[in-house]
Design a protein around this ligand. Structure first.
Ligand code: ZN
Ligand code: ZN
Length: 139
């Protein structure tokens, strides 16, 4: 059994929560973002479990395409200053409520993602909670 870390993310610009309680992916509220790819715009929901690539989108994005992700609250583009070390596309940054950040690659199909905690103890506590949560039956 794999343990997942449940992300609680906020916009680095306005500080508002990026979770959407109305959208459940992997059994937990998903992360909601605006997405632009080429001329088209839509909404994407990413799994809030770190390590899961499950997502839903109103915009069909083909693997290999680079999208721009933005905050559904303030509209700011969430572009990192760093590029993906696998495919060179820009990374997308989110901040964790407990301190730290998560980065994902903006290219569809690229599996690059990373997580940095400011305080490792918070992280360890969360992993234990998540483990306990997952030992209970889902339904
Ligand atoms: Zn924002
Ligand atoms: Zn990449």
């Amino acid at each position: 059994m794999q343990n997942y870390y449940k992300l609680s993310l906020k916009c680095p610009k306005c500080g508002l929560k990026l979770g959407d309680d109305g959208k459940i992916i992997d059994g937990v509220p998903a992360i909601k973002l605006q997405i632009r790819s080429g001329e088209e715009a839509g909404t994407v929901w990413l799994s809030a479990l770190y390590g899961s690539y499950n997502k839903e989108s109103t915009l069909p994005v083909r693997d290999g395409e680079i999208s721009v992700f933005s905050c559904p609250h303030c509209g700011a583009d969430l572009v990192s200053e760093e590029n993906c070390n696998i495919c060179q596309a820009p990374l997308v940054d989110f901040h964790l409520f407990e301190g730290g950040k998560v980065s994902i690659c903006s290219r569809a199909g690229c599996t690059k993602h990373s997580i940095e905690f400011e305080d490792l103890n918070t992280a360890i506590n969360h992993f234990i909670n998540e483990f306990e949560l997952q030992t209970h039956p889902r339904d």
